[in-house]
Every structure is written in structure tokens, then in C-alpha cells.
Design a protein around this ligand. Structure first.
Ligand code: SF4
Ligand code: SF4
Length: 111
């Protein structure tokens, strides 16, 4: 139901259903290797609003047990949409060569 995305969920069980599928390995392998920029989150600023999760076109953001967003860097393309829509502006796009081994978000891995 369209209105579900406009409600304010209080926990994972209240999150709206989505029509997209989780990415999985295909003929081109783990497509996160295409990425040239990494979304790096400042979790101290994140208010767990889930806007990034809702808008990611690759469906690589999930919500962790603590309700903070978690990235799957095996498939994130680094498009920057999550950073653009984040109301707290707490996602910074950092060139991949500068961020590897530095501060990838919780649950992230190198693509
Ligand atoms: S950079 Fe793009 S693909 Fe990666 S998590 Fe953000 S919106 Fe999704
Ligand atoms: S959009 Fe920004 S503030 Fe909201 S959950 Fe994502 S990182 Fe946190």
C-alpha cells in the first residue's frame, strides 16, 4: 500500500514492504567492484530515519538490529543517492582509493 512508506515505523517489523530484490552474484560477479566512491556514514549524526535504505536503487542498504543502516559493499555502486537524500547529511562520498581500510560503514566490505 502506497501510504505505508509515509508512516513512521518504530521498529523493523513496521518497515514498509518494498518491490525490489536483494542483489546477488551474477555473471559479472560482485558488482561493487565497479564503485569509485564509497558512502561513509557518520553514525554519531545518523538519526536512523531509513531514508537512505528507502532510496538506494541497488537495495544494498539494510537495517541492522540496532536500527542503524548497514551497507553491502559487495554490490553498492557508489552512485551517491543515499548521500544526496540523507536529511542529516551524514553520508559522505569518499573516493574508494582513499577510504579502503579506513572507515567503511558497519557491515561493509571491500567490493
Ligand atoms: S551509493 Fe548508491 S548504490 Fe551505494 S548505498 Fe548509496 S544509493 Fe545505494
Ligand atoms: S538517511 Fe542518513 S540519517 Fe537517515 S538512516 Fe540513512 S544515514 Fe542515517
Amino acid at each position: 500500500m502506497v501510504n505505508e512508506v509515509n508512516t513512521e515505523p518504530t521498529g523493523k517489523k513496521d518497515m514498509p514492504k518494498t518491490s525490489y530484490s536483494k542483489p546477488t552474484i551474477g555473471a559479472t560477479g560482485k558488482t561493487g567492484s565497479w564503485r569509485t566512491f564509497d558512502p561513509i556514514v557518520n553514525y554519531e549524526e545518523c538519526n536512523r530515519c531509513r531514508t537512505c535504505w528507502l532510496h538506494c536503487p541497488e537495495a544494498v542498504i539494510s537495517i541492522g538490529e540496532d536500527d542503524y543502516p548497514v551497507w553491502d559493499f559487495d554490490y553498492c555502486k557508489g552512485c551517491g543517492i543515499c548521500a544526496e537524500v540523507c536529511p542529516k547529511k551524514c553520508i559522505e562520498m569518499v573516493r574508494t582509493s582513499d577510504s579502503i581500510g579506513d572507515s567503511l560503514p558497519v557491515g561493509g566490505s571491500e567490493g
